[in-house]
Design a protein around this ligand. Structure first.
Ligand code: BGC
Length: 419
């Protein structure tokens, strides 16, 4: 009898879940994303749990590949075949492209009920809207321009943590001489432009970054400053190891974690790997702004779009997912694990670690000083085609003996024809 009652109660709870005071029907969301590393998987699991706790089902569609290029190719082919997932991780201007195709669900009712306009910074809300309507929900704010340091490696080599690219070379030489790998490198095009845009911001300055990486102005791209940036990128190559080509970013982070390499230049999703490995900031690793970029904040915002579906239960599940993403619980647990900072304003700092607090402080300061800039490499600044032009030229330059002058000229030309 008792068992029967418990079962009945469970069925009742699963069927009649209340979200924001409204009755919901259990549905399924198929979620396409590229969070497959240890830290990323642990972070996204939180969303799955929260959704399932409301009775909905999470169908995971993870496509491995840092930066999401593979995931975007798969998403495009599924959409073309008329079979898109119900939710997908998509960023920046691409959100507009998907909305323009008329494939996305309008999320205005969730946004209104949850007061999104007052919870997320306007610059970010604008990216989530198409013609004034919410078609995407933001998850977090990642900072690109970080350097991840293993202090033991630096100590053994007698090297100082660099503040400039020239100092980075001095440190790298010492680490190399001490028999360790100076720079943990990911030889994949998206990761190379991640370091490249960080150098452009540092060496060229914020205005130059905006003229080139955001406005994609050919005259500024084909310039002595760009030549200097490209040369700086290429000089780092001698401090990487033969295993760099093709290496995944999280495996490069693991080299820093294990003390095989001294430093990595990568966005703060790398912190998720240190956390997953049980490492403590300022003890086991040090996170500082990448050389010459301490005042700048190159940002990217992970977000989800929802595809239009007919099934009522699936629609409810999509809306629950959108709502949960901006609720304080998810914002805290996810971002603490992921390495990013909450996109929801007014969240308490207490649960966050030293690098996250630095990020929060620098986000506000850079917004005031005009040094908060969208990441080109992570698809926040330009069209896919222009990003592709940058990516192809940087890869061709980095992997050949092409001169920096020729690369700058080629880059300007490629960007021009991608416009
Ligand atoms: C995303 C991060 C992700 C990283 C590595 C970035 O573009 O914003 O969420 O962890 O790529 O795949």
């Amino acid at each position: 009898m008792k068992k029967g009652f418990v079962l009945l109660a469970l069925i009742f709870c699963a069927g009649l879940l209340f979200a924001g005071g409204q009755k919901t029907t259990a549905g399924e969301v198929e979620v396409l994303h590229w969070w497959t590393s240890g830290g990323e998987a642990a972070s996204v699991a939180v969303l799955k749990e929260l959704l399932e706790a409301e009775g909905h089902r999470w169908k995971d569609f993870a496509v491995a590949g840092g930066g999401g290029d593979q995931a975007m190719t798969v998403l495009r082919s599924r959409a073309v075949a008329g079979n898109p997932p119900t939710a997908a991780q998509v960023k920046g201007p691409q959100i507009q492209d998907w909305a323009e195709e008329g494939l996305l669900t309008n999320l205005d009712d969730v946004a209104k009920a949850e007061n999104w306009d007052n919870l997320i910074p306007k610059v970010i809300a604008d990216i989530m809207k198409y013609q004034g309507h919410y078609v995407a929900v933001p998850v977090n704010v990642h900072r690109i321009n970080w350097m991840w340091v293993n202090p033991t490696v630096f100590e053994k080599a007698g090297a100082d943590i660099p503040k400039t690219w020239a100092e980075a070379e001095v440190a790298a030489k010492k680490i190399k001489a001490a028999g360790m790998i100076p720079v943990a490198w990911t030889g994949q095009p998206w990761a190379e432009i991640t370091v490249f845009e960080t150098i452009v911001a540092g060496v060229g300055g914020t205005d130059f970054y905006k003229k080139t990486m955001v406005q994609a102005n050919p005259a500024d791209i084909n310039s002595p400053t760009m030549v200097k940036c490209l040369e700086t990128l290429k000089r780092m190559k001698q401090y990487t190891d033969p295993g760099a080509p093709g290496r995944d970013w999280n495996l490069a982070t693991a080299m820093v974690i294990r003390g095989e390499a001294g430093m990595q230049f990568m966005g703060d999703w790398a912190k998720g790997e240190f956390i997953a490995a049980g490492k403590k900031p300022d003890v086991d690793y040090i996170a500082v702004a990448a050389p010459e970029t301490s005042k700048q904040f190159l940002f990217n915002v992970d977000s989800f779009i929802m595809f239009e579906v007919k099934d009522k239960a699936a629609k409810e599940a999509q809306k629950a997912m959108a709502r949960l993403i901006l609720e304080p619980k998810f914002q805290e647990v996810f971002n603490v694990n992921k390495g990013s900072i909450p996109v929801r304003m007014g969240m308490p700092e207490t649960p966050f670690d030293i690098p996250a607090r630095l990020s929060m402080k620098d986000f506000v300061a850079s917004a005031k000083s005009g040094d908060l800039v969208p990441s080109m490499a992570h698809e926040m600044a330009t069209s896919r085609a222009i990003r592709g032009a940058f990516m192809d030229t940087v890869a061709a330059f980095y992997n050949s003996d092409m001169s920096a002058q020729d690369a700058a000229a080629q880059m300007a030309k490629a960007v021009q024809s991608a416009k």
